[in-house]
Design a protein around this ligand. Sequence first.
Ligand SMILES: [Zn+2]
Length: 75
Amino acid sequence: MKPFYIDYPQEKVEEHRHVYRCVYCKILTTTINGLLENHSKDCLYRKQQTQQDRLECDSKSSSKHFEPHSADEVD
Ligand SMILES: [Zn+2]
């Protein structure tokens, strides 16, 4: 997991100067504050990141189970 999630697509808020929000959930960047859980629950970016974290977690745990030494016992 990343400590901060700041690589989500942002768009400028028309009514305000220097104010940006997430393209998907329209929540202001100042409200999100770099935290994934501050995006809306159905935000596409949040879903993508959550999925990515799960995948990284899976690959880490599966590599732990793999033992290269077991190949010696086969012969
Ligand atoms: Zn969002």
